[in-house]
Design a protein around this ligand. Structure first.
Ligand SMILES: [Zn+2]
Length: 95
C-alpha cells in the first residue's frame, strides 16, 4: 500500500466517521426534542386537569338502588322482583 493509498483510506475513514457522528448527533437532538415535547404535553394536561372542577363520581350501582327504592311499594313486590303486588298495595289499587 502506497502512502497515497493510505492517505485515501484515512480520508475515507474520517469522512464516514464524521457522517456517523453527525447522524448520531441528529438522532440525539431529535430524541431530546421529542422528550421535551412529551414533558410539555404532560404538564399542559396536568394543568388542564387541575383547572377542572371536582365532580362527584357516578356510581351506577347507587343509581340503580335509588331507582329500585323509589319504585318499592310492598313486600310481594320485593319478593318477586317487581312482578307481583300485594292486594293492599297502592299500586294495585290504582288499576
Ligand atoms: Zn306493590
Amino acid at each position: 500500500m502506497t502512502p497515497d493509498q493510505t492517505l485515501n483510506v484515512a480520508a475515507i475513514g474520517a469522512f464516514f466517521g464524521l457522517v456517523i457522528f453527525a447522524a448520531l448527533v441528529g438522532l440525539l437532538a431529535a430524541v431530546y426534542v421529542a422528550v421535551c415535547r412529551a414533558i410539555d404535553t404532560r404538564k399542559a394536561r396536568q394543568a388542564a386537569h387541575a383547572q377542572q372542577p371536582e365532580t362527584e363520581p357516578i356510581d351506577a350501582i347507587d343509581d340503580v338502588v335509588a331507582v329500585a327504592l323509589a319504585g318499592a311499594c310492598c313486600e310481594p313486590w320485593w319478593a318477586t322482583c317487581g312482578l307481583h303486588h300485594a292486594h293492599t298495595c297502592p299500586t294495585t289499587m290504582k288499576d
